[in-house]
Design a binder for this molecule. Structure first.
Ligand code: NAI
Ligand code: PHE
Length: 356
């Protein structure tokens, strides 16, 4: 790929840095600051190439713009990717602290046009370390004055999304339905517990076998990670990584609803169209998983109480109802309908600031 192809992107800014000592690449992409400073988590992972890290950061930043807009939060969208030279668990603590320090220095250079927070492989303790060097960080631990982990609020929103989608698809309540949760991490574990409490039969999968013991003890049925996309269920809840639904997967999935926490679940728009044609209702990820952004921005920017944050996360069910109403009325995919809602909000804010 040429340098032009690598960097061709419709967002506002790309920042990259390489650190020879730790072997880490740092990428920050600001997709949009139209609705406010860009915000989005820091993902630490291994990538096959720098192109792949840049592409992931760009796509994730775009999803943050949409998430903030549909959730009426006064922030734009951005994302950080730290491309690691080894799996996160194999990075020694000293290197990891140095990696976080460099990332914090980069955040300071952006001087508040981008705020970060936790994402895959980063947590509140890491946000505390970043905060030793920068103030542009959400999701510090509660002891350090932050909003703490956003995972439970995200799970509550995803659970509401699952209920609203099952209802819209004509499946009724979750009682007796089969819900398949892919990824029993911080969010997926709680989504599974909430769905089980609502009477659903749980199928669960995780590549980390240590996470499965608790699920087994709760009576959930464990399936192999490789069988997830071919196992029949009523609701498929992807709560691991993005890009799981390719066109091929969409043509073969055996479920009625897809609603989960993972960012960028659809590998491309075509996959969404196939789901739609097959009558599989897809809850757009940036609506369903907005609980994390609601938690962090609600608590730390807007000063919301815990109960307001909870109400707003529960409101994700209603927001999805609006998305599905537009998609039904316009015969569009739910993804296209949700993007239209997000664009309407950006338009409203732009017109208001022109009139001000
Ligand atoms: P996590 O890292 O705690 O959990 C992810 C789980 O997925 C891990 O247990 C991992 O072993 C498992 N996993 C990875 N690949 C797998 C595979 N191929 N098959 C089955 N399991 C697999 O992450 P967390 O915080 O639960 O987030 C899950 C997803 O939700 C991520 O995509 C994240 O970006 C997204 N998200 C998280 C939010 C939050 O507040 N934590 C907010 C919005 C989105
Ligand atoms: N990474 C999470 C998400 O994708 C939480 C987050 C939201 C982090 C907003 C920073 C800012 O929604």
């Amino acid at each position: 790929m040429s340098i032009e192809e690598t960097l061709e992107w419709d967002g506002e800014l790309t920042v990259t840095r390489f650190d020879r000592e730790t072997g880490a690449w740092f990428v920050i992409r600001l997709d949009s600051t139209v609705l406010g400073p860009a915000a989005g988590g820091t993902r630490a992972a291994q990538y096959p190439t720098l192109d792949a890290a840049l592409a992931d950061a760009g796509k994730l930043a775009g999803a943050m713009t949409l998430k903030m807009a549909v959730s009426n939060l006064p922030m734009g969208g951005g994302k950080s990717v730290i491309a690691l030279p080894a799996p996160r668990k194999d990075i020694d603590p000293k290197s990891w602290t140095r990696i976080l320090e460099i990332h914090a220095e980069n955040l300071n250079k952006l001087n508040g046009s981008y705020w970060t927070g936790p994402d895959v492989n980063t947590n509140s303790a890491d946000m505390d370390v970043l905060n030793d060097t920068t103030r542009f960080v959400f999701g510090r631990s509660i002891e350090r004055g932050g909003a703490g982990s956003s995972a439970l609020t995200t799970a509550i929103g995803v659970f509401e999304a699952i209920k609203a989608s099952a209802h819209h698809r004509g499946l009724g309540t979750l009682d007796g339905l089969t819900v398949l949760v892919q990824g029993l991490g911080a969010v997926g574990g709680s989504v599974a517990a909430l769905a089980a409490d609502a009477g659903a039969r749980l199928l669960v999968a995780d590549t980390d076998r240590e996470r499965l013991g608790h699920a087994r003890a709760l009576g959930h049925t464990v399936i192999e990670p490789d069988d997830v996309l071919t196992t029949r269920c009523d609701v498929f809840a992807p709560c691991a990584m993005g890009g799981v639904i390719t066109a091929n997967v969409a043509s073969n999935l055996d479920c009625a609803v897809v609603a989960g926490a993972a960012n960028n679940v659809l590998a491309d728009e075509y996959a969404g169209e196939i789901l739609n044609k097959r009558g599989i209702l897809y809850a757009p990820d940036f609506v369903a998983n907005a609980g994390g952004a609601i938690h962090l921005v609600g608590r730390e920017v807007l000063g919301w109480s815990e109960s307001t944050v909870h109400e707003r996360a529960v409101g994700i069910g209603e927001s999805l109802g609006r998305v599905f109403a537009i998609s039904d009325a316009e015969s569009s995919t739910p993804e296209a309908a949700a993007k239209k809602l997000a664009a309407g909000r950006a338009q409203q804010v732009s017109s208001a600031s022109v009139g001000a």
